[in-house]
Design a protein around this ligand. Structure first.
Ligand code: NDP
Length: 249
């Protein structure tokens, strides 16, 4: 199959890493579904950017809260109705509710786990059947270096991202004989809305921990997604690729 016949869903595709990923996939010829939770304007802007990158693309925007069973099912069902197949799922939607453990409320913990981990589980479960039927699938989970190393003030977020790594490896083992791969990408510090509010002092202290001494761009992560999405990457599964300027070495 050529890329034009392949359908890719990017959860949280309206902004940041998700937007860069949707555009990169569209540029490579994939048909892209851009999912968002609340910011429709950003998702429509991403759609326009996908079309600018590839005028023969037919990007589809779907609003759905993937942390709920109903939202995840809506996203997958509407994609199947529009395209009849799903080849690539990028579980990218994510949130933070940072605070020190002593101040962290149970709802801050649940909200982050609910979107970052439960949402990935719900979307992956829903795509598994169509992918098994096709005997082809690429599941790509956006974890974080924080899921590998931990980070003060992010116990909820780190737990969700570490959970995503265990989830990825389990799914990879379950689906390995079905032509479906599951891999995780662990970005380091990437310039997006999620990281823009950090103080200059925090930014300087993070940069000091990165051998490249700078933050990465959303496109750096998108490029790693392209690798895992490829038909030729069929023998790579259960891996965690750090895209972090050397931070996690
Ligand atoms: P942004 O805050 O820029 O974008 C997050 C996206 O997720 C938005 O499009 C948002 O939708 C969407 N989203 C949030 N909750 C839901 C939900 N319940 N259902 C559907 N969509 C949802 O984040 P980034 O681009 O920075 O991060 C993307 C991923 O990369 C996240 O998983 C994050 O944890 C991970 N990551 C980011 C790093 C960084 O330094 N930026 C580092 C490591 C990992 P809407 O636009 O509608 O609000």
């Amino acid at each position: 199959m050529n890329n034009q016949e392949r359908i890719a869903i990017v959860t949280g595709g309206g902004r940041g890493i998700g937007r860069a990923t949707a555009i990169a996939l569209a540029k490579e010829g994939y048909q892209v579904v851009i999912n968002y939770a609340g910011n429709q304007a950003a998702a429509e802007e991403t759609k326009a950017l996908c079309l600018a990158a590839n005028p023969s693309a037919t990007p589809l925007v779907i609003g759905a809260d993937i942390s709920t069973e109903e939202g995840a099912t809506t996203l997958i069902n509407q994609t199947m109705e529009a395209f009849g197949r799903i080849d690539i799922l990028v579980n990218n939607a994510g949130i933070t509710r940072d605070t020190l453990l002593l101040r962290m409320k149970a709802e801050d913990f649940d909200a982050v786990i609910g979107t970052n981990l439960r949402g990935a589980f719900l979307c992956t479960k829903a795509v598994t059947k169509p992918m098994m039927k096709q005997r082809f699938g690429r599941i790509i989970n956006i974890s974080s270096v924080v899921g590998v190393h931990g980070n003060a003030g992010q116990a909820n977020y780190a737990a969700s991202k570490a959970g995503l790594i265990g989830f990825t490896k389990s799914v990879a083992k379950e689906l390995a004989t079905r032509g479906i791969t599951a891999n995780a990408i662990a970005p380091g510090w990437i310039g997006t809305d999620m990281t823009q509010d950090l103080s200059d002092a925090t930014k300087a202290s993070i940069a000091a921990q990165i051998p490249m001494n700078r933050m990465g761009a959303p496109e750096d992560v998108a490029n790693a997604v392209l690798f895992f999405a490829k038909e030729e990457s069929a023998y790579v599964t259960g891996q965690v690729l750090l895209v972090d300027g050397g931070m996690g070495m």
